[in-house]
Write a protein that binds this ligand. Structure first.
Ligand code: ADE
Ligand code: ZN
Length: 326
C-alpha cells in the first residue's frame, strides 16, 4: 500500500482539536449569511489570504473573530458534523474535541446552545461513522480565574457529558498556576485535566501544568525539549504530549517542518501524538499532519504506527475500548 493509504488506514485518535478551529471559510460565509452576521472579508479567498500568522496571538485574533458567525444550536451541530465527516475519512476512530465556551457566552450565546449542538453531532457521528468522541471544556487563559469558575458553574448540568477541562488561548503571561484553584475544583468533580503548555511558553509552564494543575496530558509541550530533566520526567511518567506539526509551522513554533522535533520526541521516549489543532486555519487535517511530518522527517511506517498507537493509549477511553482499536 502507498504511505498515504497506510496513514489513513491506521486507527487514530485525535486528542488536540479545537472545534472552533475547524470552521472552514466556506462554512463561515454560509453561517454569516444564515445569521445576518457581517464578517470583515469580501470572499473565501480573502479569508484564506488572511491566514498568515507570525505567532499564536496573530492567529487567535482572527480565530475569535471567525467564531462570531456561530449563533444557533444548528450552527454548532453543522460545524462539528463537518469536522467528524472529514475526520472519519482520515481514519480517526475517536476524537476528544475541545470547545471554548467563553468565546460564545461572552457574546450572549447560551452555554446550552453550544453544547447541545456539539452533543447532537457527536451522537450522529457515532451512528454514521462509528466514530466515538468526548468533550474537553477549555478555559481561556487570557481571561480571569473568576471567569473560569463562572464557566465551570455554567457547565454543571452537563458534567456527565464532559470528560475533561483544558486551558488554551494566549500562553505567555498566563501561566498554569493562574488556574490552580479552578483545576482543583474540576478534579474534585471527577473531570480529567489537560492544558496547553510549552507551545510559546517556557519549560517552567510545563512543570507548572504537571506540579500545580496535575494534568493528565500536555497539549503541545514542544519547549519541554529545552530541559533534559523535564524530558526524562515526562518520559518516565508516560505523559502524553498532543503535538500539532502544521500548527507549529503556521504559528512559527518551528521555522521549517524539516526541523520539527516529532522524531526526537519519540527517540527520547516521550509519548508524542500527532493532531491537527485548528485544521481550517493551519492548512490540514490529521492525515495531512501525519503525511507532512512523515515527508519532512523521513518517518518510518513503524514510527507512524507508534504515533497512532500513542494517540489511542493516551486517550480517555476505557482500556477495553482502546484494546479493541489497537
Ligand atoms: N486555541 C486554539 N488553538 C490554540 C493553540 N494552538 N494554542 C492556544 N490556544 C488555542
Ligand atoms: Zn490547541
Amino acid at each position: 500500500t502507498s504511505l498515504d493509504d497506510f496513514i489513513v488506514r491506521l486507527p487514530k485518535a485525535e486528542l488536540h482539536l479545537h472545534i472552533e478551529g475547524t470552521l472552514e471559510p466556506e462554512l463561515m460565509f454560509a453561517l454569516a449569511a444564515r445569521n445576518g452576521v457581517t464578517i470583515p472579508f469580501a470572499s473565501v479567498e480573502a479569508v484564506r489570504a488572511a491566514y498568515r500568522f507570525s505567532n499564536l496571538q496573530d492567529f487567535l485574533d482572527i480565530y475569535y473573530a471567525g467564531a462570531s458567525v456561530l449563533v444557533t444550536r444548528q450552527d454548532f451541530h453543522d460545524l462539528a458534523m463537518a469536522y467528524f465527516t472529514r475526520a472519519a475519512a482520515d481514519g480517526v476512530v475517536h476524537a476528544e474535541i475541545m470547545f471554548d465556551p467563553q468565546t460564545h457566552t461572552d457574546r450572549g450565546i447560551a452555554f446550552a446552545t453550544v453544547i447541545e449542538g456539539l452533543l447532537s453531532a457527536m451522537a450522529e457521528a457515532e451512528r454514521r461513522f462509528g466514530l466515538t468522541s468526548r468533550l474537553i471544556l477549555c478555559f481561556l487563559r487570557h481571561l480571569s480565574e473568576e471567569a473560569a469558575f463562572a464557566t465551570l458553574a455554567m457547565a454543571e448540568p452537563w458534567l456527565d457529558r464532559i470528560t475533561a477541562v483544558g486551558l488554551d488561548s494566549s500562553e505567555l503571561g498566563h501561566p498554569p498556576a493562574k488556574f490552580a484553584r479552578v483545576f482543583a475544583a474540576a478534579r474534585a468533580k471527577g473531570l480529567k485535566l489537560v492544558a496547553h503548555a510549552g507551545e510559546e511558553g517556557p519549560p517552567d509552564y510545563v512543570r507548572e501544568a504537571l506540579d500545580i494543575l496535575g494534568v493528565d496530558r500536555i497539549d503541545h509541550g514542544n519547549r519541554a525539549l529545552e530541559d533534559p530533566a523535564l524530558v526524562a520526567r515526562l518520559a518516565a511518567g508516560g505523559m502524553t504530549l498532543t503535538v500539532c506539526p502544521l500548527s507549529n509551522l503556521k504559528l512559527c513554533v518551528v521555522s521549517d517542518l524539516a526541523d520539527h522535533p516529532i522524531d526526537r520526541m519519540l527517540a527520547a521516549g516521550l509519548h508524542a501524538t500527532v493532531n491537527s489543532d485548528d485544521p481550517a486555519y493551519f492548512g490540514g487535517y490529521i492525515a495531512d499532519n501525519y503525511r507532512a511530518v512523515a515527508a519532512a522527517r523521513g518517518l518510518s511506517r513503524a514510527d507512524l504506527a507508534r504515533l497512532a498507537a500513542n494517540s489511542l493509549t493516551g486517550s480517555f477511553l476505557p482500556a477495553e475500548a482502546i484494546a479493541a482499536h489497537l
